[in-house]
Design a protein around this ligand. Structure first.
Ligand SMILES: CC(C)(COP(=O)(O)OP(=O)(O)OC[C@H]1O[C@@H](n2cnc3c(N)ncnc32)[C@H](O)[C@@H]1OP(=O)(O)O)[C@@H](O)C(=O)NCCC(=O)NCCS
Length: 181
């Protein structure tokens, strides 16, 4: 099992968040209503919320081989978004991703998620999964491009905190490493 706090791809840097990132993270996407619409965590309404996320990230990194990653442009250093691995056991984790609006439509989420899949492989995962709102077509497409299999539609499964309070349908996607060995 290898631990990896910073990875470079063709256009991106994925790295562990640090406390100095809070203002940029809040301003770039965590407080944006449109960006956070389909996320599983509540939109941040103050930088304090973002600081709590970074504290959570530190706890994850202390007890797991990986955790949340910020995504930056390699060329400009601009913060683009975040992704990561949420370990549920040593062999199973979930993932997700979010980008600031000005970073959409450039293939960045796909490039970042492919990297997360490889980080998961190096960490010894057997299964990586993700859920997305049934109407979040861009997110579903990213998962499919990265080799995730659609495993089902879970009807009225999740209360997205930034939507209307209702319980919504979600698509469930899985990536099983063993199938590729
Ligand atoms: C979802 C998100 C991460 C996608 O990021 P991105 O960098 O634009 O994604 P990519 O460019 O790598 O790929 C997007 C794919 O979806 C497609 N797509 C985009 N909008 C779409 C739509 N409305 N319907 C169908 N496909 C769509 C794109 O054409 C592209 O596929 P292609 O390469 O085959 O053309 C980004 O829009 C985002 O941050 N959204 C808000 C947060 C969010 O919803 N996160 C996911 C939570 S599960």
């Amino acid at each position: 099992m290898r631990r990896c706090e910073r990875v470079e791809t063709d256009r991106l840097i994925l790295r562990r968040p640090v406390s100095e990132d809070a203002e940029a993270l809040f301003g770039r996407y965590a407080n944006d209503r449109e960006v956070t619409r389909y996320l599983s965590w509540p939109r941040h309404t103050s930088v304090e919320d973002t600081r709590q996320f970074i504290a959570f990230s530190d706890r994850e990194w202390e007890c797991r081989p990986a955790g949340p990653y910020l995504v930056e442009s390699k060329e400009s250093g601009l913060l683009l978004g975040s992704t990561g691995l949420a370990f549920e056991s040593s062999q199973r984790a979930s993932t997700g991703y979010v980008l600031a609006k000005d970073a959409w439509g450039k293939g960045y989420a796909t490039e970042a998620l492919r990297t997360v899949v490889e980080i998961g492989r190096a960490a010894g995962l057997v299964r990586l999964y993700a859920i997305c709102h049934s109407e979040n077509a861009a997110s579903a497409r990213v998962l499919e491009k990265c080799g995730f299999q659609r495993e089902g539609l879970l009807r009225r499964h999740f209360e997205f905190p930034n939507l209307d309070g209702g319980v919504h349908d979600v698509l469930h996607y899985g990536f099983v490493y063993e199938m590729l060995r």
